[in-house]
Design a protein around this ligand. Structure first.
Ligand SMILES: [Zn+2]
Length: 265
């Protein structure tokens, strides 16, 4: 009997040793290290990681349509003397604008309806961006990148400039601006040049729709400026109509600059 008790005690002790060994064997790698790679030597230890899951902001959008001259579909002309600049959104004294600068953008230089030189397209559009940049102390735009997948109207926080067909007649280009109504922050813009037109450099051939001219106008929407439809303002870049051969929107006029500098000093 004593032997039996002795044997049971030995078995119990062995059992404890075996089970005691097996636990650390299974958990040699602590859970926290499995999920988070061990910091490099010399980097400080990370005490804890907090993952904040917040709801994505509910965004709103506005689409700006740029019409061919004499195809007026614009807003009623105000009776008072026009300022010749306007903002795409005003909340008290707050306007919709980019909260942080500079703004990045991508160009898809492919025009499915017309063979255009990639360098012509990118230089015309970036010249438009530079015109806005040059008229404020703020650095508005980063250098462009080329993205052959960039498409119009996809809300993905990528500011995409591309060519494509717009189904309505007499539309030269469109810009959609997405913004967060809670913070009044512009979060994205996309531009589409309508493939109904023959695009090019109208200083070389006035029978072309000038890409730099229209790009400069559309980028004005991208930074927060609205169309102006009063014919007394027809010289400004943000005037809502254009035509073949027009190049005067390539350079900003004083009302465009005043509007721009109201948003970005
Ligand atoms: Zn416009």
């Amino acid at each position: 009997m004593k032997k039996l008790i002795y044997l049971m005690v030995v078995i119990a002790i062995l059992g404890l040793i075996v089970s005691g060994c097996s636990i650390p064997l299974k958990s040699v790698v602590p859970i926290s290290e499995k999920e988070n790679p061990k910091p490099e030597l010399g980097t400080p230890e990370i005490d804890k990681l907090v993952f904040v899951h917040s709801k994505p902001p509910v965004l709103e959008k506005i689409e700006f349509i740029h019409w061919k001259k004499d195809f007026a579909k614009g807003k009623p002309i105000p009776p008072s003397t026009p300022k010749c600049y306007a903002f795409i959104g005003k909340y008290g004294k707050t306007y919709l604008k980019w909260p942080t600068l500079p703004v990045s953008y991508v160009i898809n230089p492919t025009n499915p309806a017309q063979t255009l030189d990639k360098y012509f397209v990118t230089s015309a559009i970036s010249a438009g961006a530079e015109e806005w940049d040059a008229n404020t102390g703020a650095e508005l735009f980063n250098a462009y990148a080329i993205d052959y997948n960039a498409a119009y109207g996809v809300q993905n926080y990528q500011n995409a400039i591309s060519f494509g067909d717009y189904p309505t007649a007499n539309v030269i280009a469109v810009t959609t601006v997405w913004y967060n109504p809670a913070t009044k922050a512009i979060v994205e813009f996309d531009v589409k040049f309508d493939t109904d037109w023959t695009w090019g450099d109208a200083t070389v051939d006035p029978a072309l729709m000038d890409l730099q001219n229209i790009a400069t106008h559309e980028l004005g929407h991208g930074v927060g400026l609205d169309d102006v439809y009063d014919s007394n303002c027809s010289a400004v870049t943000m005037y809502g109509y254009s035509d073949y051969g027009e190049t005067q929107k390539r350079t900003l006029e004083q009302p465009d600059i005043t509007g721009l500098q109201t948003l970005y000093k």
